[in-house]
Structures are given as structure tokens and as C-alpha cells.
Design a binder for this molecule. Structure first.
Ligand code: PLP
Ligand code: COI
Length: 372
């Protein structure tokens, strides 16, 4: 294994246990961060430096930093769940590590070894394990990311990067009870183009999505749905989630064309759905079909899925010209069954027959010496 040694500097003022418990009551998404973070520098010639586990805090940034100007940056999102025995397990972190490599490759950045990515996540989770929520449905969201740290105004790939992992307790992206989402179909803007960066988890894709999401909100909708850039006809994905279309016992998700993100939840649900006896396939789905099949009742449910948001029903669709309801507009039974089945594997309530959960810390793990 090529896992660099971890150098440790404990937080001098970690949040008090009392205040942390207050935060964990209702953490929301992405508002609170744990006491530490992991950083690993990469420099041309030397490669990956030893990892450091340090107090969470600001990173110095030069005004001419290449990322600020040219967006050479990638990120991941994965969750750690507290199991019934108190142990902590991440959902398919190897998949995130591999996608991180693929994203980095597309953005002309160095590829972090899979085992280093996982070791960094594990070190942070062990150190800040008290931050992993224990309430049902709550989890610790890990955000590994990497960006160019070199400065300069010439457009080129940087020769120095920083990989960082931070962690944030969450009770879900869409807070509260399960409410079907209303979606706005973007026909003016596109998120990604063939040959572009749509399949990479890179900041610029999200920047490109903000106007579409703002229009969705202005139209009274929750989320934006993206169509393909060339024909503006094929449904790609929704906001920060992939989409599934349910026809009775058959579920279909837009195929990976290179301009949508290959979601890990998406891939897992394709497998899980087949395990549960559904037919599951990838295909091109047009906006026209979506509307027609909703009208004739053959499309019974639509749902979105992603790490942050889990499985979320889509109840209604709006375009510049029309709007319609999916099914009866309420969360459908296939959506809810898949949501529950995935949730049970993650929480440890159901057997992990496919080996998707990776233990990050055992129950009662004593932590690092400095932390005892
Ligand atoms: N699509 C986009 C644009 C996303 O940001 C995400 C979230 O990560 C997804 C889809 C779902 O991917 P995953 O299931 O791997 O979280
Ligand atoms: C995730 O589901 O991990 C995401 O990346 C969503 C995030 C962009 C809010």
C-alpha cells in the first residue's frame, strides 16, 4: 500500500460535547464541520506528500491562485453511517475514490491512489467519530476535494495541488418529511456538452448549473432538470442528482452519455432494483416521452437519487410551455421501496450482501493516542 504516513496536529479548541450534541440534533446539510481535516499536497516531481490530520480551518489563498481563475478543481461526496453496534461504515468509498481519479484525469490533475483516498477519509472519521450522528437517517457527509494551489495567470495545468477531506454531519439535503419535488426543465441553458466535463465532478459544472437552478426557483420549482445540449430533447439529470423513471415494475435511468455524472447511488439502485425483482435498465429518455407516458399513465413514478439527497420522489414537471403531474403526484411505492432498501443497507438494518459498506472505525474505537 502506498498510504503516506499521517502527521497529526489536534484541534486546540474542539467544539464542546454539549454544543456538538446541539448541532447533531438538526444539522441540515453542509452547515457544520467537524474539528479536523486531512490535507495532502501534491507537487510535480515529488508527487504525493505525507498526509496531515490538522484542525479544521481556513486555507491561505494567493489572489493569483490558478483555481480562482481557471477552476482546476474536483470533489467527491460520500457518507459514513453509524451502525447498530456503534461501528462506523462508509457506503462504497472505493467508487468515490475511482470517480475522483476519473474527474482528476479529465481536469488534468494528478490521480490520488484509491487506498490513499480511503485512508484519508478513515483517519478523519476515526479522529472525529463523535461527530457521526446516531439518529435514524442522519450521517456524516465527507467532502474530499482537490484544487490547484499554484499561482499565475497563464492558462495551464498547475504543478501543485492540495487534496483535502472535510466532514459535515447531516440529516439530509432536503430537510424534513418526504415531499415530492417539483422540477423545472431547463431549455434555455445547458449544464454539459458532449466532450465537455459533465461526467467529472468538477466545480465548473455546478457553476454552470446555477442560472438554471435560479430559474427553477423563480418558476416556483424545487430543482432544475437538464436536457442534452445538442438536441435539447434527452433528459440527462436533475440538479445534483440522477433520475429514474418507473413504469410499473420496470425502472429506467438515462444512459451515461458522457455529459452526466455517473452516480454511485444510480449504479447501486440499478443493482438493488434487480435484486428486489424489478427490471432495471439504462436508456435514452426524451422529454416528450416523459410527458406522454405521464399523460397515459404508463409512467407511474419518477425519482431522483444522489449521495447527499438519497432517494427523492419527483411529483410534478414544468416547462416554459406546459406542466404536468407524475403518477398521482405523491411518493410512489417503488420509489419508497428502493429508498428504504438502500437506507437499510446503509444503516446496517439489512444485510450487506454485496459488500458495499466499508468499516471506517469499529464500535468503541479508541481513536488516536492523542485523542484518548
Ligand atoms: N449528478 C450530479 C450532478 C451530482 O452532483 C450528484 C451527486 O453526487 C449525482 C448526480 C449523484 O451521484 P452520487 O449518487 O454518486 O452521489
Ligand atoms: C452529493 O450528493 O454528494 C453531491 O455532490 C451533492 C452536492 C453537490 C450538494
Amino acid at each position: 500500500m502506498t498510504v503516506p504516513a499521517i502527521e497529526f496536529k489536534p484541534a486546540s479548541r474542539p467544539l464542546s460535547a454539549e454544543r456538538r450534541e446541539e448541532v447533531l440534533t438538526s444539522p441540515g446539510f453542509g452547515h457544520h464541520f467537524t474539528d479536523h481535516m486531512v490535507t495532502i499536497t501534491w507537487t510535480e516531481g515529488a508527487g504525493w506528500h505525507p498526509a496531515r490530520l490538522v484542525p479544521y480551518g481556513p486555507l491561505p489563498i494567493d489572489p493569483a491562485n490558478l483555481t480562482l481563475h481557471y477552476a482546476q478543481t474536483v470533489f467527491e461526496g460520500l457518507k459514513v453511517h453509524r451502525r447498530p453496534d456503534g461501528g462506523l461504515a462508509a457506503f462504497r468509498p472505493e467508487e468515490n475514490a475511482r470517480r475522483f481519479q476519473a474527474s482528476a484525469h479529465r481536469m488534468a490533475m494528478p490521480e490520488l491512489p484509491v487506498e490513499t483516498f480511503i485512508a484519508a477519509c478513515e483517519a478523519l472519521v476515526r479522529q472525529d467519530r463523535a461527530w457521526v450522528p446516531s439518529r435514524p437517517g442522519h450521517s456524516l457527509y465527507l467532502r474530499p476535494f482537490m484544487f490547484a494551489t499554484e499561482s499565475g495567470l497563464g492558462v495551464r495545468a498547475a504543478r501543485e495541488f492540495l487534496f483535502v477531506v472535510i466532514a459535515s454531519p447531516t440529516d439530509g439535503y432536503f430537510a424534513g418529511e418526504i415531499r415530492p419535488l417539483s422540477v423545472w426543465v431547463a431549455e434555455e441553458y445547458v449544464r454539459a456538452v458532449p466532450g465537455g466535463t459533465g461526467a467529472a465532478k468538477t466545480g465548473a459544472n455546478y457553476a454552470a448549473s446555477l442560472m438554471g437552478q435560479a430559474q427553477a426557483v423563480a418558476q416556483g420549482c424545487d430543482q432544475v432538470v437538464w436536457l442534452d445540449a445538442l438536441e435539447r430533447r434527452w433528459v440527462e439529470e436533475m440538479g445534483a442528482m440522477n433520475l429514474f423513471f418507473v413504469h410499473g415494475e420496470r425502472i429506467v435511468t438515462p444512459e451515461l452519455t458522457g455529459s452526466l455524472l455517473p452516480g454511485i447511488t444510480r449504479a447501486s439502485l440499478l443493482t438493488l432494483a434487480r435484486d428486489l425483482g424489478y427490471e432495471a435498465e439504462e436508456a435514452r429518455i426524451s422529454l416528450h416521452d416523459w410527458r406522454r407516458d405521464s399523460a397515459d399513465g404508463s409512467l407511474t413514478e419518477v425519482f431522483a437519487c444522489g449521495t447527499a439527497a438519497g432517494v427523492a420522489p419527483v411529483g410534478s414537471v414544468k416547462t416554459a410551455l406546459t406542466q404536468w403531474t407524475v403518477g398521482d403526484g405523491r411518493p410512489g411505492k417503488v420509489t419508497m421501496r428502493l429508498r428504504e432498501a438502500l437506507g437499510e443497507i446503509q444503516s446496517g438494518a439489512a444485510a450487506d450482501t454485496r459488500g458495499w459498506m466499508r468499516e471506517m472505525a469499529k464500535a468503541g474505537h479508541p481513536g488516536r493516542p492523542a485523542d484518548r
